[in-house]
Design a protein around this ligand. Sequence first.
Ligand code: HEM
Length: 454
Amino acid sequence: MDLLTDSFSFPINPFLVLIGATLLAFYYMPLNYWARRGIPHVSALRCIYQTLAVTLRTKSFHEMLHEQHKALEGHPYGGAYLLFRPTVILRDPELVKEWLVKGFAHFHDHVPKPDEKSSKLAGNLFALGGDRWRAVRTKVSPAFSPATVRFMHRTLEGCALELSSHLQRVCGAKSEAEIDMKSMAKNCAMDIIGACAVGVNCNALGDPEHCEMKPIVEEIFGITWRSSVANLLTYIHPRLPAWIRFPRRTPEVEQFVAALTRRGLQMSAEERAGRRDFLKILVESREAEKLAAENCGAGGASEDEDPVFTENIIAGVVGLFLSAGLENVAVTVTFCMFEIAHQPDIQEKMFDEIQAMKQETGREINYDDLKKLEYIEQVVNETLRKYPADGYMRRICTKPFKIPSTSVVVEENTKLFISTYSIHHDSKYFPEPEKFDPERFSEQNIDKIVRGLI
Ligand code: HEM
């Protein structure tokens, strides 16, 4: 009681100062950012707790976004926070299209501009921004042309045959065995992407223990303690991990991809002749670019045009191809197998479609036939709906964006998230969302899906 009386006898009451300072801080600090703008939002304290849970790995990033998406029920968009940083959650597919397509000039980048000097893998299509992304994207796109994919199909066929003999070996005479599908899908995806991206025979299916490339590629985008802490630092300031020299990957990862790239660049024309992989295409594009620069004035590139295919850009693109090709494909195949194991009728329909195609053509399935396997495509689409590999899309605002029909402006550097998982699991867009139903994507039903979701 005395204490209380004493404290009240201070000329300036410390309690009141503290309460006043807290209120002022709450008013002026970003924690009150969305409330001050009158935007529906998830409370800052809840978001801070969620961000810390993601860092401690008790929650995935995609789960956090799903919770924030649900908390904003009834609103087409709303505000949230990544630690203290305000973010926007876009919930309505129509708005997603409007903001990302019509508003492309404001939201073309996925992440803050990378420091290409401090990271050898920073020059990848996912990280690069604005004009640099456009220049690299324009020149890398031919690597995904139908002609290239057709050319690579033979590599895929080889890997498929390898998978078939692997299964026969494992299942033996009884034609059955207990198989860890997740691990098999990952090993098979590693063999395919290793061959298609860099022309390396990984033999992850045959000898997973000695596949040097798999743990390295897993680390590129994988969630580790290091990457979780580095991500938290970027929420404080995007350059903080670089300033304190705490990269999200161990140096071995960059060294490995850099060595692969250098080996590719040193290949002679004869060595390249028999190869069908992205690295070979990138190396040839680099040579074409050099030749065009040498011939400038004779119709080639202009002298002041910076070369796109630098060693770091090639390393970044190769790293992204490897990691995007491994994780997304393995996860999608695993969930697909999981679902069809529970629904043998779907499995049978897929099998019948393949048999019918083989009977009709009198040969094995080739690249052109793949596009005609409509039911299998429906199954893949339904897998990607129920289990979208990444679970969310992200953008960063690069130019202030006025939210249509409001006076609110999304400021530069604000992050924008779209929880594709939440939209795909919303019964408004997909009735009975937990049901795995490939018929949603059949010719008769596909028009019922809200435009923008397919
Ligand atoms: C099931 C398989 C896959 C899924 C579900 C998937 C999903 C995605 C998603 C959601 C994005 C971001 C799109 C955006 O934010 O606008 C993306 C970007 C990208 N993916 Fe994939 N992906 C898959 C396979 C692959 C493969 C096999 C490769 C390469 C060999 C690849 C290379 C890329 C690249 C380079 C980008 C960045 C494109 C750019 O920004 O210019 N992906 N992917």
